[in-house]
Design a protein around this ligand. Sequence first.
Ligand code: 4AD
Ligand code: MG
Length: 437
Amino acid sequence: MKQTYIAEIGKHIGAEVTLRGWLYNKRSSGKLGFLEIRDGSAMMQAIVSKKDVDEATWEASERATQESSVIVTGVPREHPKKPGVYELDVKTLELVGLASEYPITPKEHGVEFLMDHRHLWLRSKRQHAILRVRHTIIKAVRDFFDNNGFTLCDTPIFTPAACEGTTNLFEVNYFDEEKAYLSQSGQLYNEATAAAFGKVYCFGPTFRAEKSKTRRHLTEFWMVEPEVAYAKLDDVMELAEQFVSYVVARVLESRQEELKVLERDITKLEAIIPPFPRLPYDDAAKMLDEAFAAGKLENKFEYGSDLGSPDETYISSQFDKPVMVHRYPAAIKAFYMEPDPLRPDLALCVDVLAPEGYGEVIGGGERASSLEYLLKQIAAHGLPEEAFDWYLDLRKYGTFPHGGFGMGIERCVSWLCGLEHVRETIPFPRMLYRLKP
Ligand code: 4AD
Ligand code: MG
């Protein structure tokens, strides 16, 4: 099949090419048709001149409706006034599939309407830009770990037990009355593969039965999780800042066009270079107290509780780089966290809060290496010990300090694209009230 992609059209100036795509938009002035063609790689204007084409082509161009599929041949040339912009002088146009009246028009639509038509909405310029940034982020994530000595070890999705608390677990039937849970995190398995390979990462879909309707939560999201044998909390923080900076730089390097479509203020992203500020939880709590006293926060922060969304938003707005909040109270964190030897009520953990109010993009820390401590924690969290026997083996057979983190891809996309909500950051979002399309 001879096909030229619009993204490469500049290489074919003056030569006849064939584009296969869809009609994005059309204007006509009786004798001239201006067709905006998209082929997945990019868009370009194709000009049909009645006097220069045969009747079938002219008629097809007149009949073609928004989103009709078309095959167009013609000769590309540079726009007379806009360098780098190309137009196609059409020779023939074949209507492959005439589209019925397209539900998404250039006028404004409500979010629910667009979400119901997500399968079509993906064709729009803005969604195209967002999902291309997503692709680049994922590529950068993989390159970062692949280039730094990490081995990819994928972790299972059907799991016998909870990793991140029992309140948001999806339960499924797994033969003969057995129950399985959809993975909330690959971390526990990462700890096993880290003992085998030293530096590992997993990257896959994770599931949380989040009953909350927020702009940051999906029920199915993609998480990348590195785990490093012998890493301490400081090493985890260093890895996180190197990693995030790398991903941001890659997006800036290769997605300028898309960021422009999204009207992203890229100076905010250019500031994302190491080191990132480190903020102990205790200091974050003080900061929130002062903000409340000054009338900058609606609710008083209660020491010992987790940071709420408005708290995270406030803290992150105080910095122009991601801020790493570390050493939260152990009582509000997952069972597997290593306690701080100097303050055993605190966990050696870190959350990375993205600037501009985007909140937590990364959660991680050091893992408890003592068998006795973990047994106590499993009991205290009401978890079934027998489901964790294999995990506890890691502490019996050569226990070792280790740590890592998880980054939600959608939160990262949302932040880098400057979006209001994570629902646009994944092709088909899954949320509390959304399982379709
Ligand atoms: O902070 P979380 O729950 O940490 C873990 O799951 C650890 N076991 C990871 C590890 O150390 N290997 O989740 C990590 C990240 C969050 O910072 C956020 O970016 C994302 O996963 N995340 C969500 N993203 C979208 N929707 C949700 N419901 C999310 N829950 C967490
Ligand atoms: Mg977290």
